[in-house]
Design a binder for this molecule. Structure first.
Ligand code: ATP
Ligand code: MG
Ligand code: MG
Ligand code: MG
Length: 469
């Protein structure tokens, strides 16, 4: 019973509606009124104030298919795209929520019943983890559900205590993994080999119990609640009998389209996967009202677009191609997201403009970078090269690092930062630029300085920060 991604979206909502949940449409990827968060990174984001008791809704159970971006902030998977079988910058999170209604027992029962009964996934393919101190959840899994202790482990805070960001709702969690079989390298969760891709996390059940404030203090929520999140693409991979998310129906269609518009020879090139990933994140970010710019969300958008364009260039496509993937994306996702369909002409235009803009400097920048790599004696690209690419050719630092990584090289980040400081100093002395620290991008307090971007339009030197997970 191979189910399509579209059928799975519906099966999930149907199941939870049958169980008394209110189906709520996805909120935008730009969170409403939440300056602490760069992008919506989970299904619970639109319900944050409900968990905190600040907002009342006419229902206490909800379910959704939420469009999410993890390309900055606390949950950042940008560097994983093209390297793992399971990470995207954009993905859809299936979730069910209880606002002070049911708690651990029902959350666990619903999840298990949906996977094993409704979808018919064999129990012995699943592995369960709980937070190491959570005896209550362990008891429900082992003694009520009857999960085998052979496929069960207790894990620490890093994986089994979930938070939206540095502040906000959080709590211990219990996760369900799917075993893709011994052909795939990797060990079960909690084991030393767990970093492999054999056991893939599909569903996280968070028992929301606390609000974390800025100094780290945990305050109990008004009512214990439930927030779950399951990656639609990972579930689709399971149901379609494939290991990689990129082999599911939806991604295969996008990869076909990407191959066509880039003229790539090798259909298995990871660049095609990156492009297929990036057309989703960039199209939805633009749909939800962000434009490419040199700061904040707009700069995240610009960085993703430029990375995609560079991958097209690597495949041999030097003409604008990226915007041509908007229509194929609408064919795949327009029914589930009418807002994408409606915004498509605008999305195409914005992408095309950004492609034309970057095309002016990409080729020369790549020549400079290729020459620098050819001459390299060690394994680190010098800071002044990274700076020149950034300053003169519009190469975001992470784009240069992405090229370097493909060749097994690194970039000298400290050297780059030193160049940025020098430039700032020159600018200050010349008196023609002002340093505007108020534009510091620091959404979650977990940011690392990466340099400054000179904004030609208003001759302001903007501080740019990059987030590290
Ligand atoms: P992982 O450990 O694989 O990085 P996670 O623990 O960071 O996942 P959660 O924050 O628990 O993920 O999110 C809930 C679910 O969302 C995950 O179980 C997974 O199915 C899905 N998910 C998380 N990150 C991604 C991503 N970058 N791309 C696709 N699906 C994702
Ligand atoms: Mg993760
Ligand atoms: Mg995890
Ligand atoms: Mg998780």
């Amino acid at each position: 019973n191979k189910m399509s991604t579209a059928q799975l979206r519906k099966a999930f909502i149907d199941y939870f509606v049958e169980n008394g949940h209110k189906a709520v449409h996805s909120s935008p990827v730009v969170p409403a009124n939440d300056p602490t968060l760069l992008f919506t990174n989970a299904g619970m984001v639109q319900f944050k104030d409900v968990f905190l008791g600040l907002e009342q809704r006419p229902y206490t159970r909800a379910c959704s298919v939420q469009r999410c971006i993890r390309a900055g902030g606390k949950h950042n998977d940008l560097e994983n795209v093209g390297y793992t079988a399971r990470h995207h910058t954009f993905f859809e999170m299936l979730g069910n929520f209880s606002f002070g209604d049911y708690f651990k027992r029902e959350a666990i029962r619903y999840a298990w019943e949906f996977l094993t009964q409704r979808l018919g996934i064999p129990e012995e393919k699943l592995w369960v983890t709980v937070f190491h101190e959570d005896d209550e959840a362990a008891d429900i899994w082992l003694n009520e559900i009857g999960v085998s202790p052979q496929r069960f482990s207790r894990c620490g805070e890093k994986d089994n205590f979930w938070s939206m960001g540095d502040t906000g709702p959080c709590g211990p969690c219990s996760e369900i993994f799917y075993d893709h079989g011994p052909e795939v390298p990797g060990g079960p969760p909690g084991s030393p080999e767990e970093d492999g891709d054999r056991y893939i996390e599909i569903w996280n059940l968070v028992f929301m119990q606390f609000n974390r404030d800025a100094d780290g203090t945990l305050t109990p929520l008004p009512k214990p609640s439930v927030d779950t999140g399951m990656g639609l693409e990972r579930l689709a991979a399971v149901m379609q009998g494939v290991h990689s998310n990129y082999d599911i129906d939806l991604f295969q269609a996008l990869i076909d389209a990407a191959q066509q518009v880039t003229g790539a020879q090798d259909r298995n090139s990871s660049s095609l996967k990156v492009i297929a990933d990036h057309i989703r994140s960039t199209s939805f970010i633009i749909t939800d009202g962000v434009l490419p710019s040199n700061e904040g969300r707009g700069y995240v958008l610009r960085r993703i677009i430029r990375r995609a364009i560079r991958h097209g260039y690597k495949l041999g496509q030097k003409q604008p191609f990226f915007h041509m993937l908007v229509q194929p994306l609408v064919e795949q996702m327009g029914d589930a997201y009418p807002e994408l369909k409606a915004a498509a002409p605008q999305v195409e235009k914005v992408l095309r403009q950004e492609e034309e803009r970057f095309a002016e400097t990409l080729e020369n920048g790549m020549k400079l970078l290729e020459a620098a790599m050819a001459e390299l004696s060690g394994d680190t690209i010098a800071g002044d090269v990274v700076f020149k690419l950034y300053d003169t050719y519009g190469f975001p630092v992470d784009l240069t690092a992405d090229v370097a990584r493909e060749r097994g090289l690194k970039i000298d980040e400290a050297g780059f930062e030193a160049e940025m400081r020098k430039q700032r100093e020159r600018a200050r002395k010349a008196g023609s630029f002002k340093v505007d620290m108020s534009k510091k991008i620091d959404f979650e307090g977990e940011t690392e300085f990466v340099g400054y971007q000179q904004d030609a339009a208003d001759a302001t030197v903007l501080a740019l920060y990059r987030d590290d997970e």
